[in-house]
Design a protein around this ligand. Structure first.
Ligand SMILES: CC(C)(COP(=O)(O)OP(=O)(O)OC[C@H]1O[C@@H](n2cnc3c(N)ncnc32)[C@H](O)[C@@H]1OP(=O)(O)O)[C@@H](O)C(=O)NCCC(=O)NCCS
Length: 191
């Protein structure tokens, strides 16, 4: 589903300097979304420490920005030592932007990043009653098989192809160019 909320938005990789932006987004999640994202009712301090830890790992993050504000994010965290074949993926969309296709777009980018990094098994911690996340995962059954009991997904195409690398490169190039425009448009906006 596409609508004005999403058309106005921009999806791009998160930068290493954007840990505060990511943390602020997670802190803005309402109670239910925070519960679904972390699997329990976590405190603000937990989220701050979680983001610190995420940025220390070699995580790949994608963000959904609206007017320069991060409203949705997906992270791909390697599990274990360098060159691991396992990773964990997690998504968070702020409530007004849920059910507008943002999660689908972010998961698509995350799966592409996983594939290009040789990730074979992707874990997603998802509560059994999280229908929307389950529906979302089902849309990617060609690439991913899910078992919500053990919450593990297997990325079917373990090997990157020149085309999959190119797709990520093109997505990054587009994201970067649009991000620069986004900053410029804010710089030039009359106050
Ligand atoms: C779960 C979450 C990531 C899904 O992202 P989203 O942007 O809301 O989902 P999408 O709009 O891409 O919808 C994906 C699919 O879910 C289904 N869906 C959408 N809204 C739904 C709703 N209200 N109820 C049930 N299913 C729904 C649809 O099948 C949809 O696909 P379609 O539009 O092509 O038919 C997001 O809602 C979220 O961040 N929730 C809170 C945190 C969370 O649960 N994180 C997951 C733990 S890792």
């Amino acid at each position: 589903m596409q609508n004005a909320l999403v058309v106005d938005g921009l999806i791009r990789k998160l930068w290493i300097t954007e840990s505060t932006t990511y943390c602020d987004h997670l802190l803005r999640l309402d109670r239910d979304s925070r519960y679904s994202r972390f699997g329990s009712a976590v405190a603000d301090d937990f989220i701050r420490e979680y983001v610190d830890a995420t940025y220390r790992l070699n995580a790949v993050g994608h963000g959904f920005f609206v007017n320069g504000e991060l409203r949705g994010a997906a992270e791909l965290r390697p599990l274990g030592p360098a060159l691991t074949r396992e990773a964990e993926a997690a998504l968070s969309i702020e409530t007004p932007w849920q059910s507008h296709g943002v999660g689908s777009e972010l998961l698509d980018r995350t799966l592409l990043a996983a594939r290009n990094r040789g990730i074979k098994t992707l874990h997603m911690a998802c509560l059994a009653n999280n229908r929307r996340m389950q529906e979302l995962a089902r849309k990617f059954t060609a690439e991913l098989s899910f078992d919500f009991g053990s919450v593990a997904g297997e990325v079917a195409a373990a090997r990157p192809t020149p085309l999959s690398v190119l797709r990520e490169f093109v997505a990054d190039g587009h994201g970067f160019a649009t991000a620069v425009l986004d900053v410029q448009s804010r710089l030039f906006r009359p106050v």
